[in-house]
Design a protein around this ligand. Sequence first.
Ligand code: ADP
Ligand code: MG
Length: 738
Amino acid sequence: MINKDEVYILDNSVQFLKSIGPKRAQSFAKFGIKTIRDIMFYFPTRHLDRRTTITSGKAYTYLLDGFEGEITILASVVSKEIIKYSRRELLKVQFRDAAGFFECVWFQGINYFYDVFNAGNIFALSGKPALTKYGNVQFVHPDYDRISDDESRGFLNTGKIIPFYKIPKELRETNIGDLSIRRIIATAVQQYADYLSETLPVDLVHKYNLLNIVDSVKAMHFPDTKELFDRAVYRFKFEELFYLEMLVALRKHNYKTKLIGNSLKVKTKLIGEFLKILPFELTKAQLRVLAELRKDMEDEKPMNRLLQGDVGSGKTIVALIAMLIAVDNGCQAVLMAPTEILADQHAKNISAMMKMLNEKHPEFNIKTSLLIGGQKKSDKNKNLSAIELQETDIIIGTHALFEEKVGFKNLGLVIVDEQHRFGVEQRAKLFAKGKTPDILVMSATPIPRTLSMTVYGDLDVSIIDEMPKNRISIKTILRGEGKLPDIYKFIVDKNKKRGCQSFIVYPLVEESEKLELKAAETYFKELQNTYLKQLRLGLLHGRMTWREKEEVMLSFLDNKFDVLIATTVIEVGIDIPNANIILINDAHRFGLSQLHQLRGRVGRGTQQAYCILVTKDEYAAAAAKYKNNLEYLSPAQIEKYKSSVRLQTMVQYFDGFKVAEIDLKLRGPGNIFGTEQSGFPELKHADIVTDTKILIAAKEEAFNIIKQDPHLKDEKHSSLRINLIKNYSKSLKYAKIA
Ligand code: ADP
Ligand code: MG
């Protein structure tokens, strides 16, 4: 229950706190701390556990006993020196505490650390020490805190866990330091934390045994134990994810109830006849997904669905059948591709199939058109008017074009073949176009579960989790650059023996198109004159128009040349069944999902396919080290060896879902939330990669609440409602509470 008086007290300016006057209050306000509530939620960036501070003498005896844990020693700097040895350097700093001397060494950032440690200054040094061969206690690259003199008097040996706050420049300028901000916040928390009212539904606090808001705020700053602090963090993670899922649930509810769409169902024998012309049978997974789509499309409420499936799992055909259902109902259907050349390929394939169908069944007379930026103006205008007059049924184009004004006469279904993220904003734009069409977003690479529960959480999800039969797996091989001559030999050999075609991909050289062209031509000439002399080469680069690219792709498809050299990888989203080798140069410069996509370009035929990743020799060596322990790398290790981890992931995993999970772990979710595109607030406490369990629970609870009380009108949800409006107003743009 929210009591007006309590709210009032916490909303008072920080100026009313002891030792904050108007001037300091102004500085606090500059970075968002205006009220007493704000300052209580200004959590420390870290704590220093000074309960386990020991002397260097004690550390020595611990180490003799074989102790291997972390400790903290408080000591002052005695001396420092940079020592040269066999062409390398290290920094050694001598420290002294009451019990004696010990040392710390640094191998990297030597100059920086040299300036940090000045004789006489006191530091807290934390880490796992070891004994040197001379019997000295030694830390290698320890964590450290400079302890200012007054602080060491006030806090030294007090046996507490001490918070450290980020202190922006503005505050430092008003003479606020570590000690004073700690005192200010301690005062605020002591006097006012008890006035905080619970921000989570009370039954959830009980059900999940969460620390209540008051104790959590206290424990975030001044925890008595590590366990208490962890429980506070857990509570805030839960709260954050719970509100995130409330937004997701509201979005979904909003969409499902507010908008009215078509009821599209199989009407004539069109679908049945189309299935007959397919040269293969649909997989079980494709059939299951189709059933899910049909159910959604038949419903009057608009479909808003995400179709996932690994590269090559056969999403396009499923999408086409859905489009035909729309056509069967007298509607138009749209397929949006991420690039012109992909749109072009889709259009070619689809119109070829439609031609076959129309020939057998002239009564269907299904028309397809392509709408892309590179078209002649007259063609484009003709297409636009055909769309307006509904002289065409299936329209294929690029994302960009549909963001312009295209006047559909009767749009029933939109399929987004997604490569770049198609955010909530873009989806919202589509809905705005008159009657709401059904929407199916196809993800080019699998999306980890955590993301389909959050960023895509307002979409229903269908998954094709089975590959068409007779697919031969792809061997992924990682090699250092030194091995390139052998690889070229391999390519020539496979071509001579089996007629197999290959892709050779280079990363984008520069943003400048001129440079790119030059690089592409250089690679081309070099290979043509040397290792690949015996083969016919083709070239694809970013300066070509889509028509030129199309020509190259078509002649590659026709086997008019053996090797396609490509610099604009993103354009290579294309089906060449006879291409069985893809060589990716400078593979460390590609993202994981990009690599996985590229690998998906081969292995579509019946022969063994190869994906050869070439990188710097040292990366290849490092990657080999992580064989079999990718799952166990610590965040710090991952950070340090990111590109090698990516490459080893490719070698080890073929399953796109696995690859996507690792990708998310490597990139961190930070760059997904808090962006315009996601429409969600930034996460401060939770990490959806590591906090999946909490996310699942939070989602279930949030969706339950919205199901029972979609407008949060129930008295017991009133504080939820108030919190949402107060703290998440921006995100509510896509999810209004009625
Ligand atoms: P993606 O899911 O990557 O979009 P596509 O739809 O491009 O995959 O399908 C890849 C290839 O597999 C295409 O050549 C397609 O014709 C073929 N294909 C799709 N479904 C099946 C199936 N059930 N059996 C055999 N081949 C299939
Ligand atoms: Mg596809």
